[in-house]
Design a protein around this ligand. Structure first.
Ligand code: SF4
Length: 374
């Protein structure tokens, strides 16, 4: 008995030592090499079991974005895009929502579910696109263009949403713009690629576009896409315009810089189902690489190639299993939005849902069988 306890304590001490000398992000990988008695898979399974148990105790639901680490996606009750996660957050009966995604998404969940406790496991989970504009900058921009209508992509903070007339997703941006009187000037933010795309699609000259961009998109450029299509000539080409990382591909396609032949523009669910419906055996996927985990898991007989393997969102990857466990243990970090801000932001979000949030509106006239994104 004493020997068992001693071995157990030695293992705990060894884990603590590893924990101290590696940061949380590298914790699991560090353990895999440092512990002779635990493989990485065993440690992941142990953490996932702890998290499941704590979630039951806290009456919590775990939501994970498609771009999260595979082991985080695997412990979640629901995996999806930002709008899908918000909808799950709004309808869950759980008291606590552990939001494994980025900060603006957790804020949107808090706005749509004001009575629930929304937790973000790591406050460093930001968004390079959302941070290109704050409420002060938007107020100043509005002052320069009195009477203009403000349309904000969902990748914005709650404060920016509160200063906006409409929110939109990449899936309904064109439809939202078309619902606004043709003579009204529009301020579109913060994604310059989505802005250029909607200007081209709606043929409106009176859209001013904020020059914001997501750092991940740089890896998914027309050059990389051409190269991958040459390397895999029989592969179907799938675009998932969920986040700022792939709106640049939409823009390049509507500008004619990417050959639209054989392209499928798909929502998350459309993308996950597409391989089973297609005769193709391989697919090139233009989006953040996190979605490849689910595609491969749910379609084991097919092959998937990232448009660029390095197109990875570092903000999504800061959430690790130890941080999810700590979030549940300590009920941290509680994301709240002041009610006055939430009420104004909710109005813009609800308008987005009312105008085609569920409609099947093509993003572009290019491919047949288009699924409109979120
Ligand atoms: S992929 Fe880009 S737009 Fe999406 S959360 Fe990351 S930084 Fe933001």
């Amino acid at each position: 008995m004493i020997r068992v306890v001693t071995e157990w304590r030695a293992r705990v001490l060894q884990r603590r030592y590893v924990f101290l000398r590696t940061d949380l992000t590298n914790y699991i990988d560090g353990m895999a090499t440092a512990s002779a008695s635990h493989t990485r898979d065993e440690l992941v399974a142990e953490l996932q079991a702890d998290i499941k148990q704590l979630a039951r105790k806290r009456n919590a639901v775990i939501l994970a974005h498609n771009y999260e680490r595979p082991e985080v996606q695997d412990v979640a009750d629901f995996v999806g895009d930002s709008l899908g996660l918000s909808r799950e957050a709004a309808k869950t009966s759980a008291a606590v929502i552990v939001f494994c995604g980025v900060h603006f998404m957790a804020e949107t969940a808090a706005i749509l579910s004001p009575t629930k406790t929304v937790l973000l496991p790591d406050l460093a989970a930001g968004c390079s696109l959302a941070s290109t504009i704050d409420a002060k900058q938007l107020i100043a921009w509005k002052a320069e263009h009195p009477g203009a209508v403000v349309v904000s992509y969902v990748n914005t903070t709650a404060e920016v949403k509160a200063e906006s007339d409409y929110c939109c997703t990449s899936g309904n941006a064109v439809e939202v713009i078309n619902s606004i009187a043709a003579d009204k000037q529009i301020l579109f933010l913060p994604d310059m690629f989505l802005g250029a795309h909607v200007r081209r699609m709606t043929k409106r000259e009176n859209i001013l576009v904020w020059m914001g961009e997501c750092h991940v998109h740089a890896g998914i450029d027309p050059e990389n896409i051409r190269l991958q299509r040459q390397l895999h000539p029989n592969a179907e080409f799938l675009i998932h315009p969920e986040c700022g990382c792939s709106t640049s591909v939409l823009e390049a396609m509507s500008a004619g810089d990417i050959d639209a032949d054989g392209v499928q523009i798909l929502s998350t669910e459309g993308m996950i189902k597409r391989p089973a419906l297609s005769d193709a055996d391989e697919f090139i996927v233009a989006t953040e690489v996190g979605i490849l985990h689910r595609l491969r898991r749910e379609n084991p007989s097919k092959r998937f190639h990232a448009a660029n393997e390095r197109a990875s969102c570092a903000y999504m990857k800061v959430t690790t299993l130890p941080k999810v466990r700590t979030a549940l243990e300590r009920l941290q970090h509680h994301i709240t939005v002041p009610s006055a801000t939430a009420d104004r932001a909710r109005r813009a979000i609800e308008r987005m849902v009312a105008i085609g949030g569920n409609a099947k509106q093509p993003l572009s006239p290019i491919p047949d069988g288009v699924d409109p994104g979120e």
